[in-house]
Design a protein around this ligand. Structure first.
Ligand SMILES: [Zn+2]
Length: 130
């Protein structure tokens, strides 16, 4: 096997790993997405360096691999953004929900215990609720 073939084989292996991970990108956690994103950046640098320093990989091969990494990277970043947006929206909704709920909360005037809306007597101190 020539040096060129060895490098191309290596790159193919790396790209297969990337492809496999990309298949499950939708079910990745935020941490996994960040790691995958980092891995793509590293892979991109490896391919670029191989192409530049060794001249061992054909330009067309390099180009196709780099464009494949780029589109993977876009997909990962889209996923990260979607997850972040969902997280922010979720927090916003939770806050609104809590604010809405606390408006209706009832507390014991004597001991401050939170009470069910229909309670007539405080479950903690026995104070009668008017
Ligand atoms: Zn009470």
């Amino acid at each position: 096997m020539s040096e060129k073939e060895v490098y191309e084989k290596k790159i193919n292996e790396i790209m297969e790993g990337v492809k496999k991970e990309l298949d499950r990108v939708d079910s990745m956690t935020m941490k996994e997405l960040e790691e995958f994103n980092q891995k793509l950046i590293t892979t991109q640098n490896i391919v670029k360096n191989l192409a530049k320093l060794r001249k061992a990989v054909s330009p067309s091969k390099t180009k196709s691999v780099l464009s494949s990494i780029k589109s993977s990277s876009i997909k990962v970043k889209d996923n990260i953004k979607a997850k972040k947006d969902a997280y922010v929206l979720n927090r916003k909704l939770n806050k609104e929900f809590e604010a809405e709920n606390s408006k209706n909360d009832k507390f014991c005037p004597n001991c401050g215990t939170k009470l069910a809306l229909d309670s007539k007597i405080c479950s903690k101190c026995g104070t009668e609720i008017i």
